[in-house]
Design a protein around this ligand. Structure first.
Ligand SMILES: [Fe+2]
Ligand SMILES: [Fe+2]
Length: 333
């Protein structure tokens, strides 16, 4: 095996850790095994085992190895180093050694964390943190839009979670927004679409928690608390941001239906982005188990939406179904 092949094999299983991530760990007791590269023989040697107390000299030495690009950790420890990267997400833009699927996992975990904090406390500081991570993710995706497939491959199915539902809508909605015809896509619109999709249900943060967490069907008086979330969502966002068009359309219109059977306005005049969000939202909702419905398979859910063309825009539901049928939901042409 040539030296280049040996190094490539190492990079497959081991991650060359950067200085910022190393600095984010406790200095003298690292929670993962460290390996050092012997370049001459293209082999990794164990430097220290996790949770071992390091001496001051060793700490100095590992920082030197790290700066030289010779310090590695096992990719099996991905959950450990990811936890640190999630909190300083902009590292994913400069770290050349993370695999794209690792970055997708880290981005989704970051959204999970920031969105959870924001829904709990929808105030400016939490919004700014979320916004900054969303901008890192759109920067990452914009560099190569094919990366979106790694996000659409990571939809959360099964038990319902408002946060994971919102992330699903973000992934599916961006997919529908970008492919295959949006040739004049501008970065600014892409950023705004991403944020609007992610926050389409922010009005749910005003619905009492006991209603959201109920595992039995809602009583009529509890059900009444749900529809205002569409209009409330935009009010929350308008206070925090400029409240641009895509944000209003995603929050206010995602439960409207083409035949006027939706809410809150029973409108039949729905913007294109509102219709797109409605498809992404309904599809995501069908993938998760609710007190009134079992989780559906993705293909069955997309088929149902495409068949309901009196209520959902076939331009988007058809694209979703076609993506699943020809398996391009993960493979962008
Ligand atoms: Fe909603
Ligand atoms: Fe939703």
């Amino acid at each position: 095996m040539s030296q280049a092949d040996a190094l490539a094999a190492i990079a497959e299983e081991y991650y060359q850790i950067g200085e910022s991530i190393l600095d984010s760990f406790p200095k003298y007791r690292l929670p993962l095994d460290l390996f050092m590269l012997n370049e001459e023989v293209a082999q990794l040697l164990t430097y220290s085992r996790k949770d071992t107390r390091l001496s001051a000299d060793q700490v100095e030495e590992i920082h030197k190895l790290c700066a030289e690009g010779n310090l590695f950790v096992s990719r099996r420890d991905h959950p450990i180093y990811s936890k640190h990267i999630v909190k300083q997400l902009d590292l994913v833009l400069v770290d050349q050694n993370l695999k794209e699927k690792e970055v997708a996992d880290i981005c989704i975990s970051a959204l999970d964390l920031r969105l959870g904090d924001f829904f709990e406390q929808p105030v400016k500081p939490q919004f700014e943190r979320l916004l900054s991570d969303v901008m890192v993710i759109t920067e990452y995706l914009w560099t190569d839009l094919h990366r979106l497939r790694l996000f659409t491959n990571r939809l959360h199915k099964g038990d319902h979670s408002l946060i994971r539902h919102s992330i699903n809508v973000f992934c599916i909605g961006l997919w529908l927004y970008v492919y295959p015809t949006n040739e004049n896509l501008r970065r600014k619109d892409f950023d705004q679409a991403a944020l609007a999709l992610l926050l389409h249900d922010v009005g749910m943060s005003k619905v009492p928690a006991f209603i959201l967490s109920k595992t039995t069907p809602l009583k009529p008086e509890e059900k009444e608390k749900i529809p205002p979330h569409a209009a409330n969502g935009y009010k929350v966002l308008h206070k925090l941001d400029d409240g641009y068009d895509l944000m209003r359309q995603a929050t206010v219109e995602h439960h409207e239906r083409l035949d006027g059977s939706g809410y809150p306005m029973h409108s039949t005049d729905i913007s294109s982005f509102g219709r797109l969000t409605a498809v992404a939202d309904a599809f995501s909702a069908m993938l998760q188990k609710r007190p009134y419905a079992e989780a559906k398979e993705a293909l069955a859910a997309a088929r149902e939406l495409a068949e309901a063309k009196n209520r959902f825009d076939l331009a988007f539901s058809g694209k979703l179904l076609a993506s699943l049928l020809n398996d391009s939901f993960g493979k962008v042409k």
